[in-house]
Design a protein around this ligand. Structure first.
Ligand code: CP
Ligand code: NVA
Length: 321
């Protein structure tokens, strides 16, 4: 069964082939060349946490491939409340040809995969965000033309799903990865060890020193408080304030060509309900990335977002072709 649950389940060649397939699908889409290779199939999208990109990408990718899509939101199904994950998996697996899951623990998506008898895709858990990685490294490959030896620096909450995924995926792909985060938000030793075991030659550097961004080809950041986290927002802001992606941080890279990636959504201005409340309560106009940097880098950041479509299409096709 071809599940897509976490990066460590794949070797370097397989990860690279997802990226190449995604680039092919992107070219086909731009050329308006039809690719409904999976017509007649049905997939279910289970979302226990909100989503814009992942839901939209799975939906459009499946439809472009000729499939039908059913969205099952957290409050709309019995799973977890009246019915176990295993029973839900068996029922959905008997009706659908594949199941996407976004939610909390990784164990849930693993349990779905074990019981569904159809491919299961991880659309983000507390631990990993693997579909995001194919889009991110695809974007790096489009921009630089190569991956091995690139210097990628993640700065911010260094032990969330995106940071974990970047750490192991970079290690597997031979990309030099630096994670800059305050000590209490650095990756778990278990994830660092996984990255080290799976490394194909790139360096792995974990530090709380922002000057370690020197020489970066790409800077990556993510929200300071992830979905479902039970932490005090102000405490987290205080902890991460020195780790904001701003012009000073970009200057520290000493690379005028440095690019910035962000999986989105981003707190870069006061135009959302939450960011407005933060501004009114604490006076911060932006959090993990300033609006100045976000706007200057918006072409590549939105290219990265668009690539979620092409990369998820590559993954669906690999599972179901
Ligand atoms: N990057 C990402 O996963 O976005 P959504 O939460 O909107 O799906
Ligand atoms: N770390 C973020 C990623 C969102 C795409 C979260 O889990 O909320």
């Amino acid at each position: 069964m071809k599940h897509f649950l976490k990066e460590i389940d794949f070797d370097k060649a397989q990860l690279l082939s997802f990226i190449d397939s995604a680039l092919d699908f992107k070219a086909k889409k731009k050329a308006k060349e039809g690719h409904a290779y999976l017509s007649g199939l049905n997939i279910a999208l289970l979302f226990e946490k909100p989503s814009t990109r992942t839901r939209a990408a799975f939906t459009v990718a499946a439809q472009d491939l000729g499939m039908q899509v059913t969205y099952l939101g957290a409050s709309e199904i019995q799973m977890g409340k009246k019915e176990s994950v295993a029973d839900t998996a068996k029922v959905l697996g008997s009706m659908f040809d594949g199941i996407e899951y976004r939610g909390f623990s990784q164990q849930i998506v693993e349990d779905l995969a074990e019981n569904a008898n159809v491919p299961v895709w991880n659309g983000l858990t507390d631990e990993w965000h693997p579909t995001q990685m194919i889009a991110d490294f695809m974007t790096l490959k489009e921009h630089f033309g190569y991956l091995e030896g690139l210097n990628l620096t993640y700065i911010g909450d260094g032990r969330n799903n995106v940071a974990n995924s970047l750490l192991v995926t970079a290690a597997k792909l031979g990309v030099n990865i630096t994670i800059i985060a305050p000590k209490s938000l650095q990756p778990d030793q278990e994830v660092i060890d996984l990255a080290k075991i799976q490394s194909t030659g790139g360096t792995i550097h974990i530090t709380d020193d922002i000057t370690a961004s020197k020489g970066s080809d790409a800077i990556y950041t993510d929200v300071w408080l992830s979905m479902g986290e039970d932490a005090d927002f102000k405490e987290r802001i205080d902890l991460l304030w020195d780790y904001q992606v701003n012009q000073n941080l970009l200057d520290l890279t000493e690379n005028p060509e440095v690019i910035v990636l962000h999986c989105l959504p981003a707190f870069h201005n006061t135009k959302t309900e939450i960011s407005k409340t933060i501004y009114e309560t604490y006076g911060y106009e932006s959090l993990e990335i300033t609006d100045e940097v976000f706007q200057a880098q918006s072409d590549i950041i939105f290219q990265e977002a668009e690539n979620r479509l092409h990369s998820i299409k590559a993954i669906l096709y690999w599972s179901l072709k």
